[in-house]
Ligand binder design. Structure first.
Ligand SMILES: Cc1cc2nc3c(=O)[nH]c(=O)nc-3n(C[C@H](O)[C@H](O)[C@H](O)COP(=O)(O)OP(=O)(O)OC[C@H]3O[C@@H](n4cnc5c(N)ncnc54)[C@H](O)[C@@H]3O)c2cc1C
Length: 463
């Protein structure tokens, strides 16, 4: 137990994770959040048109998200997640391929499902199998200088395999297309999320609005002795102090800055920024990638499966939001081409994709539609950014947390939770990985093939 006092600025998943682990260890924690609720970008709001609580966008976790799942456990909300080990890939006309792990051990657990999938030709399947084998043997940390498109080209991937398989997986997981995302980030997804373990690719979605998951954090952190200041903005972040927007100064032994990178670069004390290059270098290469979530209600059932990947369509994923299949949530990641469109055009485009893949939707009429644009949804995991992605600690006392911190993960709730656990450990004077939940242990065959791929390591940012 420690008597250390720690201020955590920002109550998204990263800030919640840090505050919770610190409170559990007896630190005196003050968590400061500008909004009325915790949760940050993983959030819900009351839709003024329908009066329903809806999420800004469907958030998906996977079996490989060991730290995020640990956080859910500590918050007592694991039973609010619903799981499936299957993905349904729907082509134009409605033909559906069911991809679920078979009896073979990882990394061959999807071999049978892929062999019988209808959306890929035999040549495309062979090429994908070859690239998966190569992905298992690739040391992803050495791949920060090339894009995933370059990596795919070097591994002879035909255009059909890229368009129908690699692109939808990468865009959904990294929120950036193969031409822009760093190969290190994309390879991480395939190594940790698909190849290492049968359970890694299981998909979890929340049964309740996201806000209700993170609401629990208030009581859990408070009952562990922490203080939560909501509706409170920080205007300056120092090493042992922060200044609130109303001018109040708060002091602590350590400060964890868990606000998005662009804001951190603005609010962190200028003197710290001069001494500690982490923020300047990363902010200089920061780009954002948008996501659009579209909530739809129909007068009849449209969709039978819990979710679907739409093959070759701009709308990448659909999620069924009720048992009947009349409520659907559509997700468009890396939505640069869509963000400036008005809502009715976005809904039209999504409907074109839905009707193409679900002929029964032709006769359905829409009773509710709401498109939510998140222009700054995530940072862009480009090669330029990955090279300077900031570490938890640096040349000052300032501790950073947030999905942008160097965790190896794309901008995800797992990345945010990991960064929070790493920041908590740093604030307690421990090694940053001391409180991390280890990844799923790769199965023996995957380990034998992928000796280099699964070697744990942290990159040194090239400032
Ligand atoms: C549309 C969308 C879809 C997504 N889908 C997925 C998905 O399917 N799966 C997945 O894993 N991830 C997904 N993500 C990414 C995921 O939501 C984020 O990676 C994660 O929530 C980031 O958490 P964070 O704590 O790092 O940052 P944030 O959530 O941004 O938290 C930062 C907090 O700091 C607060 N803050 C900012 N400035 C101040 C200040 N001056 N003073 C006090 N507080 C301040 C903010 O209000 C915020 O609450 C999605 C994101 C979006 C936007």
């Amino acid at each position: 137990m420690t008597e250390r006092s720690v201020i955590v600025v920002g109550g998204g998943v990263a800030g919640i994770a840090a505050a919770l682990r610190l409170s559990e260890r007896g630190a005196r924690v003050t968590l400061i959040e500008t909004r009325t609720k915790l949760g940050g970008r993983a959030t819900s709001f009351e839709d003024s048109r329908s009066g329903r609580w809806i999420d800004n966008c469907q958030h998906v976790a996977m079996g490989c998200c060991t730290n995020y799942l640990d956080l859910c456990d500590r918050l007592g909300v694991s039973d609010q997640l619903t799981w499936t080990d299957t993905t349904w890939w729907v082509e134009e006309g409605g033909r559906t391929s069911t991809i679920r792990p078979g009896v073979l051990p990882a990394p061959a657990h999807f071999a049978r499902a892929f062999a019988s999938a209808s959306f890929l030709t035999l040549g495309e399947k062979r090429a994908i199998a070859g690239a998966m084998h190569a992905a298992l043997r690739t040391d992803r940390e050495s791949q920060t200088d090339e894009t995933f498109a370059q990596w795919l080209a070097a591994h002879n991937q035909p255009a059909g395999a890229v368009a129908k398989f690699w692109e939808p997986v990468v865009v959904s997981a990294c929120n950036l297309d193969c031409g822009r995302v760093s190969a290190a980030s994309a390879l991480h997804v395939f190594q940790e999320g698909f190849l290492s373990h049968k359970s890694a690719s299981r998909i979890a979605v929340s049964k309740v609005p996201l806000l209700r998951l993170y609401d629990k954090a208030e009581t859990v952190i408070a009952s562990a002795g922490g203080t939560i200041l909501l509706r409170t903005s920080v205007s300056r972040v120092g090493e042992g102090s922060v200044t609130l927007a109303d001018g109040t100064e708060l002091h602590a032994d350590r400060v964890i800055c868990a606000i998005p990178l662009d804001r951190a670069a603005r609010f962190v004390d200028g003197e710290i920024r001069q001494r500690d290059d982490r923020l300047r270098a990363a902010a200089a290469h920061l780009t954002h990638s948008p996501i659009i979530g579209v909530h739809l209600a129909f007068d009849r059932a449209v969709m039978e499966t819990p979710h679907a990947v739409l093959v070759g369509r701009e709308t990448q994923w659909l999620f069924r939001k009720d048992g009947a299949g009349t409520r659907i949530h559509a997700v468009i990641s890396a939505a640069d081409a869509w963000v400036s469109l008005p809502e009715d055009e976005i809904v039209d485009r999504v409907m074109r994709d839905i009707r193409a893949c679900y002929p029964r939707a032709e006769r359905a009429s829409i009773s509710e539609a709401r498109a939510v644009k998140e222009k700054l949804a995530t940072f862009g995991a480009t090669t330029e950014f990955e090279r300077v992605r900031p570490a938890t600690t640096g040349d000052s006392e300032l501790i950073l947390a947030g999905d942008f911190v160097q965790t190896g993960w794309p901008a995800t709730m797992e990345g945010a939770a990991r960064s929070g656990y790493m920041a908590a450990a740093a604030a307690l004077g421990m090694e940053t990985d001391a409180m991390l939940v280890p990844p799923l242990r790769p199965r023996v065959v995957a380990r034998m093939i992928g000796k280099r791929a699964f070697r744990p390591q942290m990159r040194t940012p090239r400032l």
